[in-house]
Design a protein around this ligand. Structure first.
Ligand SMILES: *Cc1c(COP(=O)(O)O)cnc(C)c1O
Length: 423
């Protein structure tokens, strides 16, 4: 079946009530028929739910759906994306092991590499993302994992998964990809030689900014190791969050396609804007990874980054000028979101350090949402030009609405739809 159908129709279990929509199993443990059944389930001779730190029907359903969409044999779900990443390292690495990665990885993943894993004698090397030929020189005797993120957060850098997969295979490395920005709908790293694909389900998989969650899918033998580690260390996802995420998957293909088409349109308009220095979006021809992105991604995804002319101050002023877009740390929401890494997530770094991880002073990251693209653009354009967003003013004059915040009224006018706003 196609992903759109799978996402909606894949239901792994039905209770005796034959419910059409999966019920929520809020239970921390499960009962056994008798002592023999209990013994057998505890010793894993027969499969069944024993305790919700190990498994739960909602969690199993969520994992199965993501595994199917990624073309993976198995999976494991965790309380957050970081729990998924840490659990993977915790399960697969031992003291003295080495990880090869790039600087273009999520901020908390950097913290893991720099501050947490070294406590157990696990070290890493960052290879330059734009010089693949040099990577092999950095592989050591004790290198166990090749860990990459593509597209990366926040810089939307692209890594060639096929090349990376071949390198990992040649040196017998476990190839792990953080696939959060792409989602299983856009990109399936396992097809390009990855053994594990990790998601922060908090982002697009939830898609409405409600729950935290993480999931790892991939080869059965590695998932078995991860499961063995996770069952006894407890980073499990709550059944409620798994249920929400599992329902969200039904609309994931639809949402991701629309996020992507809105984002491409916003990226194009930004690129043509006089106050914008440059734009990065995987499906813009100006992106250095455009050809690779076209090869390994179905759509460009929902994240656009751009540099505003005027650096740090201009970046802050841009955020202050926004009325519709949210200022919040999340991404992948139906609501469009803007962040300015230099004054927020990466403010503790020097401008030089920021530059070394690809973050310009005026860099803004937009998680393009599902509002009408003209409304998103109107707000961005107004903040860029320090004007007020007033579409339709010429035709109708300004209509006053007695609210402080932006009010939007829509009017059907024959064939044309017009948006009137007032601040
Ligand atoms: C948000 C994010 C994470 C961490 O996920 P949480 O659910 O917040 O723990 C990891 N990787 C990427 C690329 C992310 O954007």
């Amino acid at each position: 079946m196609n992903p759109e159908t799978l996402a909606i129709r894949l239901q792994t279990e039905r209770s005796q009530y034959q419910e059409h929509s999966v019920p929520l199993y809020l239970t921390s443990s499960y009962t056994f028929h008798d002592s023999e059944d209990m013994r057998a389930q505890f010793s894993e001779e027969i499969e069944g739910d024993v305790y919700s730190r190990y498994s739960n029907p909602n969690v199993s359903e969520f994992i199965t759906k993501i595994a199917m969409l990624e073309g993976a044999e198995a999976g494991w779900a965790t309380a957050s994306g970081m729990a998924a990443i840490f659990t993977t390292f915790g399960a697969l690495l031992s003291s003295g092991d080495h990880v090869l990665s790039c600087k273009s990885v999520f901020g908390s993943t950097h913290r893991l590499f720099n501050e947490i894993l070294p406590k157990w004698g696990i070290h890493h090397t960052y290879v330059p993302i734009d010089d693949f030929d040099s990577w092999e020189d950095h592989i050591q005797e004790n290198t166990k994992i090749l860990y990459l993120e593509t597209p990366s957060n926040p810089g939307v850098d692209i890594v060639d998964l096929e090349l990376a997969g071949a390198l990992a295979k040649k040196h017998n490395l476990i190839f792990v990809v953080d696939n959060c920005f792409a989602t299983p709908i856009i990109q399936q790293p396992l097809k390009f030689g990855a053994q594990l694909s990790i998601h922060s389900a908090t982002k697009y998989i939830d898609g409405q900014g409600r729950t935290l969650g993480g999931v790892i899918v991939g080869n059965q033998d590695l998932i078995d190791e991860i499961q063995g580690f996770a069952r006894h260390t407890g980073p499990c996802i709550s059944p409620f969050n798994a249920w929400v995420l599992s329902k969200s998957i039904e609309t994931l293909p639809l949402r991701v396609e629309k996020h992507s088409s809105n984002a491409l349109e916003i990226a194009k308009r930004l690129e043509a804007h006089p106050n914008v220095e440059n734009v990065k979006y995987p499906f813009l021809e100006s992106h250095p990874g455009y050809e690779i992105a076209k090869k390994q991604m179905r759509f460009g995804g929902g994240i656009v980054t751009f540099n505003i002319k005027g650096g740090l101050e201009a970046g802050k002023e841009f955020l202050d000028g926004l009325k519709l877009l949210s200022l919040t740390a999340n991404l992948g929401d139906t609501r469009s979101i803007a962040t300015h890494p230099a004054s927020t997530t990466h403010s503790k770094l020097s401008p030089e350090e920021r530059a070394s991880v690809g973050i310009g002073e005026g860099m803004v990251r937009i998680s393009v949402g599902l509002e009408h693209v003209d409304d998103i653009w109107c707000d961005i354009n107004a903040a860029l030009t320090k004007t007020v967003c007033e579409v339709g003013k010429e035709e109708f004059g300004i209509i006053s609405l007695s609210v402080d915040e932006l009010a939007i009224a829509r009017f059907g006018m024959g064939n044309s739809e017009c948006v009137i706003r007032n601040v």
